[in-house]
Design a binder for this molecule. Sequence first.
Ligand SMILES: *Cc1c(COP(=O)(O)O)cnc(C)c1O
Length: 494
Amino acid sequence: MKYISTRGSGSALSGREAVLRGISSDGGLFVPEKADFSDFLWKELMPLRTEEMAERIFEYFLDDFEDIPEIVRRAYAGKFDDPEITPVKKAGDFYVLELWHGPTAAFKDVALSALPVLMSEARKQLKKRDDILILTATSGDTGKAAMEGFRDVPGTGIIVFYPYGGVSPVQERQMTAAPGANVRSVAVRGNFDDTQTGVKKIFAEETEMLSETYHTNLSSANSINIGRLVPQIVYYFKAYSSLLKEGAVSLGEAVDFTVPTGNFGDILAGYYAKKMGLPIGKLVLAANENNVLKDFIRTGVYDRNRPFYRTNSPSMDILVSSNLERLLYDLLGQDSAAVAGLMKKLGEDGRYEIPEEVLSKLQESFAAFDTDESDTISTIRKVYRDDGYLIDTHTAVAWAGAEKYREEYGVSRPNIILSTASAYKFPDAVKEALEIPGEEKAFDAIRRIRDYTGTQVPENLRSLESMPVRFKDVIDISEMREYVENTVASGSLF
Ligand SMILES: *Cc1c(COP(=O)(O)O)cnc(C)c1O
């Protein structure tokens, strides 16, 4: 399969090239050149194990990679604490797809366990000599998952930028104490969107200089990389096969998925799965108070001119969702000029609108709901009390969205909620929700929740508290490029 930019410039690239480059030089995202995925034989996946499903899906999208079974093995073997990698549980009236059994207890692990392997294999197979420097802006979870994934992968280094004070204390410690000679994290005075814009600017302005002066090629671990999107498609098929095995659906019967959404990567993978034939009724987008995507799906107007809120589901505190561009490209019938036009408007006015018929197409596949912080808390409380099931804030936003969806649309199809983080990653909010007494925060709150619920703390969070902080830098947005150049120039990464 070949990849082209959503904004139309440049020639078609192979999967290996697209993974290595991350983002197109015209600012667009790489998308499959072919629009129709209906030749994918999805039913053959149903009896397979998760890893075997991953092999088939990688072989479909990334067909120029050699030895995909070995890539999948290196990506997942021994890294997840559940043999199914992404198990499905029944809780209350819903199914929950637990995506947080990996090394950092968040769903980003699923893709970021695979991306570094894909990247280093692409570099090796294409006989590239230059080092790869990953620059990543994170709203909290990508950062650590990427540092873990790239840790000590030969020929690669990674710098993670996160909004100062904009991530949870547990997330922050995961990044500041991360091991690996080739990893760095740095706090930026600004919010996630500022940080992401800063990274994009470095890509646009510094790529050539870094390549010429330091033989270092920039790439991205953000969900704009196609090598991150593809692994996320796998768990939609896995979830469906779990329901099939349980007899909750018969082959071909539709299910809904509810996805707590920020940068639109997770839910876009679901859209690709639907295009590949998986019987998905609706993809229900769940947002917190930063509900720009919910408004877009309901009205066709994308308008980022609104207040930015820091919420208790910080990984979804985003007003500019990069991956939406890939959906637009598809909905607009692969019209890259039209996509480029909308993105130009977004840059200039912070706002754009799609035509009525495109909106109807959008609403055929998507429904959208938002939930505020206090309902997020009460949902965690209710789900634990009624169903004995412990969820984090992001999953709670999805849970509340799934309930609202069923009510507004009057549907009772099986609904699979994507659970994107362990409850222990956001202990302060979870402790408040469960009304556990005491003033403890962060690591002490983790112990309190464990004692109260009798559930297990993921191993990687248990050992975190005793790990020393390695990275203490706090910089301004305007200092990001200098930070990158200095780090590369020091020669300490590679
Ligand atoms: C990243 C993240 C999300 C949002 O996923 P997107 O692919 O950015 O839409 C939701 N929940 C958690 C816990 C996350 O880390």
